[in-house]
Design a binder for this molecule. Structure first.
Ligand SMILES: Nc1ncnc2c1ncn2[C@@H]1O[C@H](COP(=O)(O)OP(=O)(O)OP(=O)(O)O)[C@@H](O)[C@H]1O
Ligand SMILES: [Mg+2]
Length: 386
């Protein structure tokens, strides 16, 4: 059996525990068996390439990103137990007051953290993928009530543990805090100068390795799962596997949560890197295929609805423009539509009315004032997906 690290005894909450200190990547003695991942890696890469291809089915990639990023934000937060839905997010953006504010805040915090990372990676003056950037993302992720007291934006300074009410009962005790910076520096090095591994490791396999290593280091007091999954998305883009973050892997990880945790542990306890890599690659393939199916369904819905609209004799330019705004504004008030269309209230109202008469928009409140409109078929399609 290959060794993946060593144990040191530390004390936390007055109990002696054995903390695990992982070896630096890549797996060695023996190196990762290529035959264990070559076929699955090819299938996953192909699925990502197909996904990149169907993105051209809609006029704007932003339409796809709007829902893909929100789904990932939701699902990654749901692994933690956050209860918010896609329609909550849409309602929040439509300025509605929601009951589960803390849950929605957690999801919108993930969106902010995700945008920060993308913006940095895309700008020349921005930070590269680095501990500093992940700390900045963590600060946004844990912003607000729930994160206070969890040292947002900072590496942990105390010994933590995973699972179990007491450290001595833990499923896993990550490395002592004084080792965290050094371990992260090794991880950063693995990401940026891929030492010529023999045989060379395909980028998706490297992403898989990085995720486990990050979770094993568990550098923050909380939010390690979410930052670790954000890092997956960032690396997919950074290593050119997908030009836009259209895939939401958290759906797969949530569906297979027990196996996800079990395989993370098995790397440490049994040296089973191959098992994890296979699981991860299958996940990428499944998630990319789901995302592709979702995009095809979305494109055909929008195209069919647009056709119906264009075939309507009364349709004017404002109504058409409103329709094209819907994919980025699936729920909205008349005032929001008015602002986006940069027009008067009566003009916005009659455009909304036209789309409502055609059955494209549904009014949700039943009120006379502060009405809320929904592109219902579209919302249903997005929310009903995996
Ligand atoms: N046995 C394990 N070994 C290593 N890492 C694990 C193990 N079990 C779970 N994890 C990782 O730890 C994460 C949970 O850590 P933490 O609570 O800091 O993150 P989070 O983002 O707040 O939570 P969550 O991932 O549940 O949403 C899991 O998502 C998983 O990635
Ligand atoms: Mg947590």
């Amino acid at each position: 059996m290959r060794s993946t690290g060593s144990y040191v005894t530390t004390t936390t909450l007055g109990e002696a525990v054995r903390a695990f200190v992982p070896l630096a990547l890549p797996p060695a003695s023996p190196p990762l068996a290529a035959e264990s991942h070559t076929a699955a890696n090819r299938r996953a890469e192909m699925a990502l390439a197909r996904l990149g291809g169907v993105a051209g089915l809609v006029p704007s990639v932003d339409w796809l990103l709007y829902s893909a990023i929100r789904k990932e934000a939701l699902l990654t937060s749901q692994i933690e137990g956050t209860e918010a839905t896609l329609t909550d997010l849409f309602d929040d953006e439509a300025g509605q007051v929601l009951a589960n504010t803390a849950d929605v805040e957690e999801v919108t915090n993930y969106l902010r953290a995700f945008r920060l990372v993308r913006d940095n990676l895309r700008s020349e003056a921005g930070l590269p993928i680095s501990v500093r950037l992940l700390c900045d993302a963590h600060r946004l992720l844990l912003d607000g009530a729930r994160g206070a007291g969890k040292q947002p934006g900072e590496l942990r300074r105390s010994q933590n543990w995973i699972g179990g009410a007491r450290p001595s009962r833990a499923a896993f005790v990550p490395p002592p805090p004084d080792q965290v910076p050094g371990l992260l520096a090794d991880l950063e090095r693995f990401i940026h100068d891929p030492a010529p591994a023999l045989p060379p490791l395909p980028p998706l396999v490297r992403v898989a390795l990085v995720h486990v290593q990050f979770e094993t280091i568990h550098p923050f007091l909380d939010g390690n799962g979410r930052i670790g999954r954000l890092l997956i998305a960032a690396l997919l883009e950074h290593w050119g596997l997908l030009s836009e973050p259209l895939v939401y892997l958290s759906s797969y990880l949530k569906q297979h949560q027990a196996e996800y945790y079990r395989r993370l542990s098995a790397v440490r306890t049994e040296g089973d890197w191959e098992g994890w890599v296979g699981f991860f690659l299958d996940g990428v393939e499944a998630a990319a295929t789901d995302a592709e199916r979702g995009i095809v369904a979305m494109a055909s819905l929008i195209n069919a609805d647009r056709k119906r609209l264009l075939a309507t004799p009364r349709v004017g330019a404002v109504a058409l423009r409103l329709f094209e705004l819907l994919p980025l504004m699936p729920r909205f008030t008349i005032e929001q539509a008015r602002q986006k269309l940069d027009t008067t209230f009566p003009t916005a109202t009659s455009a909304v009315k036209l789309l409502q008469d055609l059955g494209l928009l549904t009014e949700l409140t039943g009120q006379k004032k502060n009405r809320l409109f929904s592109y219902a078929a579209y919302v249903e399609l997005l929310a009903g997906g995996p």
